[in-house]
Design a binder for this molecule. Structure first.
Ligand SMILES: Cc1cc2nc3c(=O)[nH]c(=O)nc-3n(C[C@H](O)[C@H](O)[C@H](O)COP(=O)(O)OP(=O)(O)OC[C@H]3O[C@@H](n4cnc5c(N)ncnc54)[C@H](O)[C@@H]3O)c2cc1C
Length: 360
């Protein structure tokens, strides 16, 4: 019989993130299929975690456990690992399901080691196969899908954000009939000494939001290829126009920006081409495989961005001058054989007009 611990840290405002709610939904789906299984909630929070627990009061968890304190306000390996360990032990967990946030991805494999358990990261799904939990994940840069089961317990599973739909928790009204039920949170004591506090949080350093080009929650991924920096019909390159059009589109559409390897490598060499592109933008076999509902590839020919980088994009369109671009033809639902400079200019004008009409 499995005892599942849904493990989550609260956000700065005390709520649970979308990724956490997805993981909770996966845990609840598991107990529906695993006979005799139960789920406990384990929260790590700076405050008392009451609001977060109340927000999922109707989820059917048998226990709501929490560790609280200022030490858990921000990510830190030593304190996060300690919190996860005490929660897993307090719950008697055989399975620990956590969202694959950077915070948990950093420390949970270490916690599994401490507890003589096992950890699987980058899980894309958890289901029941032959009466036992099984994890699905991708191998070889999202080209091979594997399903595995383990006998070793506790088994820590980190579920990739965006891979499981959120199921709304049944709302449990207060006995008074007003609002949600107040959940009885059990606060688990945790000993944090100065040795665990050796790493301290100095502050945030992040790009200004209007400079932020990677937006995991965006509805659209714009993929920019090296064609933006190539000589155009007039025999000249037009990097300034490319920058204006791409950044203008991102701002108007609130899209996220991906880039081909050829394009981000150029920027890395310090050339005066699209300086806002970094290797973090790269999609493909040696880049990322983001999950967005829609994708638009521009001036991009490569196999890796189209085949692997777009792996999880649902609706895909491409703009390429070359009608014979095999990967755009083969992988896009719609290929516009056109000059991306002209198309994006017109698209931005239409989006700006639409915005004016809406705000008028
Ligand atoms: C082991 C390995 C791993 C790799 N991993 C990755 C990876 O993770 N990600 C990745 O991206 N690549 C990867 N590559 C490189 C990949 O094979 C391609 O070389 C690269 O993706 C090509 O980039 P591109 O399509 O932007 O550039 P190009 O191949 O130069 O294509 C430019 C395109 O722009 C079009 N174009 C030019 N001007 C215009 C215009 N005005 N309007 C419309 N279209 C225009 C051209 O027709 C052309 O199709 C990898 C390669 C190897 C060997």
């Amino acid at each position: 019989m499995e005892t599942i611990l849904f493990l989550a840290h609260t956000e700065a405002d005390g709520t649970l993130s979308k990724a956490a709610l997805e993981t909770l939904s996966a845990a609840l789906a598991l107990i529906r299929e695993l006979s005799g299984a139960s789920v406990a909630v384990g929260l790590v929070a700076a405050d008392d975690a009451q609001a977060a627990a109340d927000s999922i009061a109707g989820c059917g968890a048998v226990r709501f456990l929490a560790v609280k304190g200022d030490d858990f306000a921000t990510a830190r390996y030593a304190t996060d690992a300690t919190a996860a360990e005490v929660l897993a032990r307090a719950a008697g967990a055989t399975l620990v399901l956590a969202p694959a946030t950077s915070r948990w991805a950093r420390c949970l494999p270490g916690v599994a080691q401490r507890m003589n358990g096992r950890a699987d990261t980058h899980a894309a799904a958890v289901a029941v196969e032959a009466g036992a939990p099984a994890v699905t994940r991708w191998y070889y840069r999202q080209r091979i899908e594997g399903v595995s089961r383990r006998a070793q317990r506790p088994w820590f599973i980190l579920l990739e954000p965006g891979s499981c739909p959120i199921q709304p928790c049944p709302i449990q009204p207060c006995p008074s009939g007003q609002g949600l039920a107040s959940t009885a949170v059990e606060h688990v004591p945790v000993a944090i000494d100065d040795r665990l506090r050796r790493t301290t949080f100095a502050g945030w350093r992040a790009p200004r939001t209007d400079q932020q080009t990677i937006r995991p929650e965006a509805d659209l991924l714009l993929v920019a290829g090296a064609g933006w920096t190539k000589k155009q019909a007039d025999g000249q390159t037009h990097p300034a126009d490319a920058e204006r059009l791409i950044l203008g589109f991102l701002k108007l559409a609130q899209a996220s920006l991906g880039g081909s390897k050829s394009l981000v490598d150029l920027s890395g060499e310090g050339q005066a081409v699209l300086p806002f592109m970094t290797h973090l933008n790269q999609v493909g076999q040696t880049g990322s495989t983001p999950r967005h509902p829609k994708g638009l590839a521009t001036c991009c020919h490569g196999e890796e961005p189209h085949v692997v980088g777009w792996r999880f994009i649902n609706q895909r369109r491409a703009i390429n001058l070359d009608a014979n671009c095999g990967w755009a033809r083969g992988k896009a639902d719609v290929l516009y054989v056109a000059d991306a400079f002209a198309v994006m200019e017109r698209l931005n004008a239409l989006l700006a007009h639409e915005r004016e009409v809406v705000s008028a």
